[in-house]
Design a protein around this ligand. Structure first.
Ligand code: TXA
Ligand code: MG
Length: 329
């Protein structure tokens, strides 16, 4: 299969035609690129799982263009739902609802809940609206790979597997949406993202993990799989000192090492090979996946500095700890 990459209105029109024809199309959102198919059509869903190489017990998020499009997909819409939708949608959040009959079990991997998201990126909403159906979409990486934040990342993983990638440039947020379970007695964060627990608590008063802790995160079903892995080994360094020690040790072993550090830390690396991943938390979040994909091509060993546990960086660290399989030096 030839994979075309298009942008602008023509891309949206072509993409919508393919979706109506039961095909899978990659499209940009403000978080990461998605691999979209008609959420109401089990055959399209099967094609998504196939293109991604994803285990089919990991549910897909359903994307819609406007709040009204949520109603037919859910069997309940409470006051709390209303407050969250008003506060955070469109945006980088996925809310779990009890699903209606309309949503096939193939999308939810057999669960009675459905994750729904309204992307804030205009191109994404225009595309979904043009399709005229809800769009099921996981991140557009091959299963276990780092999520894509540019069309060329998608091309790396999906060339030959899908007919079209809609190019909307670089994703502004850079990590996947926050997944919030509203079907639990107390709203529970299943996957942390750019919409943080602190922001949710402002609206909800209370956010819990399923273990009953306030403002902490717990893994969603997909988090048990190996995720976000670079193709060369990577570790986290808890300080600049341990980063330098690890760097020199590995360099002595003959490995081509690259360090990932914040802008203000570049000088303290003292001439060792390093990449500046951003001057503030928002930049770090936006750049992290792109940097990981770039660096794995030109190095044999990656050491990323610990980014802290504040705000969006706690979400970035959640992904990085998975990438390194818990390896901290
Ligand atoms: O930002 C995003 O969320 C991106 C863009 C494309 O929208 N999508 C994305 O999808 O990251 P995916 O499939 O890579 O991750 C979805 C996560 C998985 O961890 C999945 O287990 C969880 O959401 N999820 C989806 N539906 C769920 C449900 N009904 N119950 C529990 N977890 C669910
Ligand atoms: Mg994913």
């Amino acid at each position: 299969m030839v994979t075309r990459v298009l942008s602008g209105n023509i891309a949206i029109e072509e993409g919508a035609k393919l979706i109506k024809d039961g095909q899978v199309v990659a499209f940009p959102t403000e978080t990461v690129y998605g691999l979209g198919g008609n959420a109401l059509d089990p055959m399209s869903i099967a094609k998504i799982y196939q293109a991604k190489g994803r285990p089919s017990d990991n549910p897909l998020i359903v994307h819609v263009a406007s709040v009204e499009d949520i109603y037919p997909l859910v069997s309940e819409f409470s006051d709390v739902n209303r407050r969250l939708v008003d506060a955070f949608m469109p945006g980088a959040i996925t809310l779990l609802f009890p699903k209606s009959e309309l949503v096939p079990l193939e999308v939810t991997a057999g669960l009675n809940t459905v994750g729904i998201r309204i992307p804030s990126l205009d191109i994404a909403r225009d595309f979904i609206a043009e399709c005229g159906v809800p769009i099921a979409a996981p991140s557009a990486n091959a299963s276990t790979r780092v999520s894509p934040t540019t069309a060329s990342h998608v091309f790396e993983d999906m060339n030959g597997r899908i007919p079209l990638i809609i190019d909307g440039g670089e994703c502004e947020v850079g990590i996947e949406s926050t997944v919030l379970d509203l079907t639990a007695a107390i709203p529970t964060i299943l996957r942390p993202g750019a919409i943080t627990a602190e922001m949710l608590v402002n609206v909800l008063g209370e956010v819990k993990t399923h273990e009953g802790e306030v403002i902490t995160s717990a893994p969603s079903p997909g988090m048990k799989y190996k995720h976000y892995a670079t193709s060369v080994p990577m570790v986290i360094a808890e300080s600049i000192e341990s980063l330098i020690n690890e760097y020199d040790l590995r360099a002595e072993e003959g490995l081509d090492v690259v360090a990932l550090v914040r802008a203000e830390q570049v000088a303290s690396i003292e001439g060792r090979r390093c990449i500046d991943i951003g001057a503030n938390d928002t930049e770090v979040c936006k750049n992290i996946y792109k940097v990981m994909r770039d660096v794995e091509k030109v190095s044999e060993y990656i050491i990323c500095i610990y980014l802290g546990n504040e705000g969006v960086c706690s979400s970035v660290m959640n992904r990085l700890i998975k990438s390194v399989g818990g390896k901290v030096v």
